[in-house]
Design a protein around this ligand. Structure first.
Ligand SMILES: Cc1cc2nc3c(=O)[nH]c(=O)nc-3n(C[C@H](O)[C@H](O)[C@H](O)COP(=O)(O)O)c2cc1C
Length: 175
């Protein structure tokens, strides 16, 4: 049994849902999980947790600045235990961009930070037009139009491969 911290950065809640699924998998394996939103204040305490997972979504090409700050502040602590990072974005709905090595956001992110997570994953996210602001909806619809995705302004489409999430959860259980 290990105490595991899952830290997440989300805007519309989908990354949190993925974290909750990973938490369920880990709890089934007998682990104790703390699920915490990334904030500017909370730091990672390696005395308290034996593993750490960070999950963050992409918005307009970037993970939120709080993700970079958290990693910068906690790099030494993160490196002292088994650790993993995953990114959530809709580009990953494309088979040729849904692996860590082929996902441009994850690759760029790893080049930008000096922490190199031991395990990385990419999960396709969700499009939920009805909850977006007018301009976000128009911009995302335009991007989807260019890239062959859904453009119906009422569309709610989840691209996440939950089996892949489950497999990642089981991997975290084993590390
Ligand atoms: C305003 C906005 C901008 C987005 N920008 C991107 C982007 O640049 N690239 C991408 O692949 N996905 C983009 N997405 C898709 C999100 O990554 C996807 O909806 C994800 O599931 C969001 O996760 P969250 O709910 O945890 O924030 C964007 C979504 C929104 C609403």
């Amino acid at each position: 049994m290990a105490n595991i911290l899952i830290v997440y950065s989300t805007t519309d809640g989908h990354t949190l849902r993925i974290c909750e699924r990973i938490k369920e998998i880990l709890e089934k394996e007998g682990h104790e999980i703390a699920l915490v939103a990334i904030t500017d204040k909370e730091d990672f305490d390696p005395q308290r947790f034996e593993k750490v997972v960070i999950g963050a979504s992409i918005r307009y090409g970037k993970h939120r600045p709080a993700v970079y700050d958290f990693i910068r502040r906690n790099q030494k602590q993160l490196e002292s235990v088994p650790n993993a990072f995953f990114s959530v974005n809709v580009v990953a709905r494309k088979p040729e961009k849904n692996q860590p090595a082929s996902n441009p956001y994850l690759q760029k992110f790893l080049r930008q930070i000096s922490w190199q997570p031991q395990y990385v994953a990419v999960f396709a996210g969700k499009i939920n037009y009805p909850i977006y602001t007018f301009w976000d909806r128009q911009i995302i619809r335009f991007i989807m139009w260019i890239t062959g995705g859904p453009t119906d302004p009422e569309a709610v489409v989840e691209f996440t491969d939950w089996k892949k999430v489950d497999d990642f959860g089981r991997l975290i259980a084993e590390i």
